[in-house]
Ligand binder design. Structure first.
Ligand SMILES: Cc1ncc(COP(=O)(O)O)c(C=O)c1O
Length: 363
């Protein structure tokens, strides 16, 4: 039997269990800043929409209801400045899309997919599931004229670094890929969380000029709207690529539940809850940032997104242990690629009470 899981890396979070046990032994309990899982309530306007749509005996549309498709396109025009004719498709959160996109688009053995040097581990998982080879690089010149490259992932704002790719960079990536017939996929889960820099979508008119050929953007409502538990994401971009995704996903049963589709419409139509959530993260970020720098950490990038990408200039596992001794759990840079071995990722997703506890312990 060929075991697909054998092609996959170790599940990274299992490796963090010893540090978690150590942090949990703190008399005042653990402050878990290792995962970016939202902890604040689901906004009432979204919960109401979910509840109102709960009588859903029939199969939902894989393509999404017309109202949801319009809500996604409307939001992409407002928040992403993508005003052309977009293809759009809801997804069951964005992680499944990241993990299956190479396979769904026919990438396979012998193909290469470029992923960021330091990145969310699921890009590599998706490439391995497709039987293709991942190439870690932030430099297109380093990739060279390799004709086996079929797809390139970019992620801005980045998990874990919080780095934002400027318009000029996005334009260069799109034009490099178009010259070679390579598909560009931009993971923009953190688009609504710019702090020192304003993130730009790859679909922005400034980048594409309204021509989305070969370009897709992957989005999620997990962080923007505290909907990680609902599994609500979507993809937008090249109508031909989106049609292809829909054709395969219809057969494969990759369908967003009807009540979640209704909840997504409510989430996309409301910015008040996004502003309120941003304010919570901003306050936590200011406090954690000051506490970490006070304790001798240096913060790199982190101009957007949900993380403080922090270093003490030592191996990331050593820093994880140092923090665990203070009852704080962080994710080691090693999870995100070999070039990140001296950083740890500190998430802003903890309650105000837990953030205050971390700040006191770092003092
Ligand atoms: C960069 C990035 N992409 C995708 C995801 C997946 O998010 P979800 O599946 O909740 O939409 C995450 C989750 O942390 C992420 O950090």
């Amino acid at each position: 039997m060929s075991v697909l899981s054998a092609a996959l890396p170790d599940f990274p979070w299992d490796l963090l269990e010893p540090a978690k046990a150590r942090a949990a032994a703190h008399p005042d309990g653990i402050v878990d800043l290792s995962v970016g899982t939202p902890v604040d309530p689901v906004p009432p306007v979204i919960r109401q929409a979910l509840a109102d749509a709960s009588d859903a005996p029939g199969y939902p549309l894989t393509a999404g209801t017309p109202a949801l498709r319009a809500a996604i396109a409307g939001w992409m025009a407002r928040a992403g400045n993508a005003t052309g004719e977009l293809g759009v498709l809801p997804t069951i959160g964005s992680k499944e899309m990241v993990a299956w996109l190479p396979t769904l688009l026919g990438v396979g053995a012998g193909d290469k997919v470029v992923i960021p040097l330091v990145c969310y581990p699921t890009y590599e998982v998706g490439v391995r599931l497709a039987g293709a080879t991942a190439v870690r690089s932030d430099s297109l010149t380093a990739v060279g004229p390799d004709s086996r490259v079929r797809m390139i992932w970019i992620n801005s704002p980045s998990n874990p670094t919080g780095k934002v790719l400027p318009v000029e960079h996005l334009r260069k990536v799109v034009s490099w890929a178009r010259e070679r017939g390579v598909i560009v996929v931009s993971d923009e889960c953190y688009l609504s969380l710019g702090w020192e820099k304003q993130p730009v979508s790859v679909l922005d008119d400034e980048v594409t000029g309204g021509d989305y050929t070969g370009v897709l953007a992957v989005h999620s409502l997990s962080k923007r709207s505290n909907l990680a538990g609902y599994r609500a994401g979507f993809v937008g971009g090249d109508p031909a690529l989106v049609r292809e995704l829909l054709a395969v996903r219809k057969h494969a049963g990759m369908i967003v539940p009807a009540p979640v589709q209704a909840a997504m419409i409510a989430a996309l139509g409301d910015e008040d809850h996004v502003t309120a959530q941003r304010a919570r993260y901003s306050a936590r970020r200011d406090q954690l940032r000051a506490a970490l720098t006070g304790a001798g950490f240096e913060i790199s990038h982190s101009e957007a997104g949900l993380y403080l990408w922090s270093t003490r200039g030592e191996d990331s596992w050593k820093t994880v242990d140092w923090l665990a001794d203070r009852g704080i759990l962080a994710a080691p840079g090693a999870f995100y690629g070999p070039a990140a071995e001296q950083h740890v990722r500190i998430a802003l997703t903890a309650t105000d009470e837990r953030v205050a506890a971390a700040v006191a312990r770092l003092a």
